[in-house]
Design a protein around this ligand. Structure first.
Ligand code: SF4
Length: 326
């Protein structure tokens, strides 16, 4: 099966407003026939509104283009994101006046507006999905593409997976990497070896276990699987591929649960791949981009849009001079 992905290049051959990203986004919305599909629908536009002084999230000008298209199609749009991002959104330029529709926290002002979906994965038994998502009948997943310390790439999937759930679920999702203990205490002969294992990692990936003075904790976001520690640790420290993959898998599970709340065909995906920073917008600041802008993408297929975005970024070179030191 093949799916269409519409792409607006970041490049301009003329200094003309028709060649800018907002104009290209308009063309993509036309190609997706968004106006014809949203009539009467309560349309959730899921945007990460960022945190603190970050300014690399999807620009309010682009959000407004999507909002206006929904209104022209006689849909009822609202923008939604995590409660803490919604609460501080005006300081980053997102208000009902600037974007043209209300902004609601996806799980309510106090994270008490959710529906529980039983689903067993590692230590997780359930996922709490936001009421704003559950009550919407059409979804626009409007994502800023960037890097992420745990899953490397963050776009359409991660925008839904972590932005439509309660803090309790989000925290549990981040913890699935630690389901199996990395440090096997019985295989560590003594305290001297335990300390040597901790000190062997050049990236700060191994730290003391806060809950166990005789233990060690593996920080998956710091570990790059170089395996240097294995010379010292042997069987006392397990660098397990499955634990690294767990965060990716739990993102896919949460995204599927979100999408399953919508009728087939009632979801559209837009990736804005500009200001490609190394870490996600939750960090509360904007680092220098590490890849050149790749433009704007639109599709009805979440897998196709992620693949197309990855292919486009893969075709460019890392901007080594702006890459932060390890
Ligand atoms: S594999 Fe490398 S980065 Fe990971 S904990 Fe061991 S030494 Fe650190």
């Amino acid at each position: 099966m093949t799916s269409k992905v519409f792409w607006g290049s970041p490049h301009q051959t003329q200094l003309d407003a028709k060649q800018t990203l907002p104009a290209k986004l308009d063309l993509i919305l036309e190609k997706l026939e968004l106006r014809q599909r949203v009539k009467g629908h309560r349309v959730a536009i899921k945007v990460h509104l960022g945190n603190d002084v970050g300014y690399s999230t999807v620009h309010p000008v682009l959000v407004r283009r999507v909002v206006e298209a929904v209104k022209e199609g006689e849909g009822k749009p609202f923008v939604t994101d995590l409660a803490h991002s919604e609460a501080t959104a005006p300081m980053r330029g997102y208000t009902a006046e600037t974007i043209g529709c209300p902004i609601y926290p996806s799980t309510g002002f106090d994270e008490k507006w959710f529906v529980t979906h039983p689903y067993k994965y590692r230590q997780m038994e359930e996922f709490q999905l936001g009421g704003a998502i559950e009550e919407a009948t059409f979804l626009i997943d409007l994502s800023h593409v960037k890097g992420h310390p745990s899953c490397s790439y963050a776009g359409a999937i991660k925008n839904l997976a972590l932005g439509c759930v309660t803090g309790e679920t989000r925290s549990a999702m981040h913890d699935v990497c630690n389901y199996e203990p990395a440090f096997i205490k019985e295989n560590c002969p003594d305290e001297k070896t335990r300390v040597a294992i901790r000190e062997s990692c050049p990236y700060g990936g191994i730290v003391d276990d806060k809950e166990d003075p005789d233990g060690l904790h593996l920080h998956y976001i710091n570990c790059n699987q170089c395996m240097i520690c294995q010379d010292v640790a042997g069987s006392a420290l397990v660098i397990d591929r499955e634990s690294f993959m767990a965060f990716l898998k739990v993102n896919v599970i949460a995204t599927k649960l979100v999408l399953d709340t919508f009728e087939p065909g009632n979801a559209v995906f837009i990736n804005v791949a500009n200001t490609l920073t190394p870490v996600c917008d939750c960090f509360g600041f904007t680092g220098l981009p590490v890849l050149p802008d790749a433009g704007v993408f639109g599709s009805n297929d979440i897998i196709a849009i992620e693949q197309a975005t990855l292919d486009a970024t893969d075709a460019t070179s890392i901007m080594e001079k702006t890459f932060p030191a390890a």
